[in-house]
Design a protein around this ligand. Structure first.
Ligand SMILES: Cc1ncc(COP(=O)(O)O)c(C=O)c1O
Ligand SMILES: N[C@@H](CCCC[NH3+])C(=O)O
Length: 382
């Protein structure tokens, strides 16, 4: 079924984010049906969507939290995630952010360089604490996704390179306030070619073998997130392929006895439950095209401007014969275009438009450019 707005929301001021918590619940059930029998622990990546009603639902399912800033660690704590279910990753953690996470005694820091380890050790020592650390490696595995959201290639800034890893492990051994608990890797986001997870598993298998041969014990592996969703078919593919994702790791990742394996999914859990609802302000006919000018723009949903991303667009008000429109926002940038040449029922001022699959990396990436007010969120199915 395509997206529909309840009559109670027809007069809600636009633009707004609409979250279907019933679909979030269904998605979480499907996730757990795939993850639990295979004994994978899931940490939700807050960066995708950090709204409290979303987080509370995720926390109530027993998932952990994957955070990339002090603000996200604090938000996870505020949402009620237990500190020992919180991981702090990020290529540039500030001292203040590290101190906040140390004071909360979170489960693990995913560290990305020797210099970061030295800082973490000093700050942990100053708080009389021992910090648990997983080393984020850069496995040099191509995720075959958009170059801006590929993170596991040697050219990317993330993780410790394979050649540096032995020296970094040795360095860690000399730091008294740190405890090595495992390895971490994350190769990118919106991954639809699941074979890349087999490749990642093989790379991690080799690294584990080398480290355990040197006497290191790794109770914990974190294979990152990245499972993609169907932006093209949000109605018929509203639940991501969790079975395919977990079975790929089940088949290819070699676990040591008792070893815990974590994944940190963001987009796959929350993208489809969110829709950006906007109103058509004007329809402008130019010599080349018709512009449908919305009251939402790149300030509310930046993905099309940033990555040229596809989001399915529906006119909720019109059943008239279809025409082609360039669907654009009101911002003073030509990149403020949701999509060009969209077939929509004949559209006029006042029509409501739904921009689909916007629950992940939508509201969290919104900005106040042009001094725009933040679009509110509305939750249904509570
Ligand atoms: C380190 C790390 N973990 C987890 C995620 C979540 O990724 P996704 O939303 O693609 O599942 C990201 C984002 O790409 C990330 O950078
Ligand atoms: N912001 C990206 C995803 C980045 C994931 C974080 N490493 C998107 O909208 O697709």
């Amino acid at each position: 079924m395509s997206f529909q707005l309840s009559s109670a929301l027809l007069s809600q001021p636009t633009p707004f984010y609409h979250y279907n918590l019933g679909l979030l619940d269904e998605t979480l059930t499907a996730l757990q049906q795939a993850a639990q029998p295979r004994n994978f622990q899931v940490h939700y990546a807050l960066k995708a969507n950090a709204n409290l009603p979303v987080l509370e639902r995720i926390k109530n399912r027993g998932l952990g939290a994957d955070c990339v800033s002090g603000g996200e660690v604090q938000r996870a704590l505020d949402a009620g995630f237990a500190p020992d279910h919180i991981v702090f990753a990020g290529v540039g953690k500030s001292d203040a952010e590290i101190n906040l996470a140390l004071a909360a005694d979170i489960w693990c820091f995913n560290a990305e360089s020797a210099e970061e380890l030295a800082v973490l050790d000093a700050l942990a020592g100053a708080q009389n604490r021992k910090a648990r650390v997983a080393l984020r490696v850069n496995p040099n595995v191509d995720a075959y996704t958009h170059p801006h959201i590929t993170t596991g290639l040697a050219a990317n800034k993330f993780g410790i390179s394979l050649t540096d890893l032995p020296a970094v492990v040795a360095h860690l051994g000399s730091l008294p306030n740190l405890e090595l608990v495992g390895l971490h890797a994350h190769i990118g986001s919106q991954i639809t070619n699941l074979q890349v997870f087999a490749k990642l598993s093989e790379r991690l298998n080799d690294l584990q073998t080398a480290l355990t041969d040197q006497g290191h014990h790794l109770p914990h592996l974190n294979v990152g997130g990245g499972l993609g969703i169907s932006y093209e078919q949000p109605d018929t593919h509203s639940i991501p392929d969790f079975e395919g994702y977990f079975s790929m790791f089940e088949r290819h990742l070699i676990r040591r006895p008792g070893q815990q394996v974590h994944v940190e999914l963001g987009r796959a859990l929350v993208a489809q439950c969110g829709t950006l609802v906007s109103k058509v302000l004007y329809v402008k006919q130019s010599q080349q095209t018709n512009f449908a000018i919305l009251d939402a723009g790149m300030t509310e949903l930046m993905r099309p401007a940033l990555y040229g991303s596809y989001h399915h667009i529906q006119n909720l008000s019109s059943q008239a014969p279809e025409q082609l429109y360039d669907v654009v926002g009101p911002i003073c940038e030509s990149s403020d275009t949701f999509r060009k040449a969209v077939l929509l029922p004949e559209t006029q001022r006042g029509d409501l438009v739904a921009i689909r699959s916007a629950g992940a990396y939508g509201e969290v990436m919104s900005s106040g450019y042009n001094l725009r007010e933040k679009a509110p969120a509305v939750y249904v199915g509570e």
